[in-house]
Design a protein around this ligand. Structure first.
Ligand code: HEC
Length: 40
């Protein structure tokens, strides 16, 4: 993973461990996990 991706993930999660990823990467969204990652 690139340093930028690592920083991106760190800034989109809280210190208590809550991840805000679904705000932008929700299923079916243009940037969903299925689209930014190759589904195997
Ligand atoms: C505020 C909106 C937003 C949030 C919240 C968000 N992301 Fe993203 N994410 C983006 C955008 C925009 C991109 C760039 C997509 C592109 O370049 O096509 C991206 C790209 C990525 C990528 C691809 C990075 C790369 O090097 O190609 C990954 C992996 C990712 N996000 C994971 C996460 C994870 C995990 C979380 C939660 C911890 C998260 N994102 C939260 C908007 C967001």
């Amino acid at each position: 993973m690139t340093p930028l991706a690592t920083a991106h993930i760190a800034t989109q999660s809280t210190p208590s461990g809550v991840e805000a990823c679904a705000v932008c990467h929700s299923p079916g969204d243009e940037l969903s996990v299925e689209r930014v990652h190759r589904v195997r």
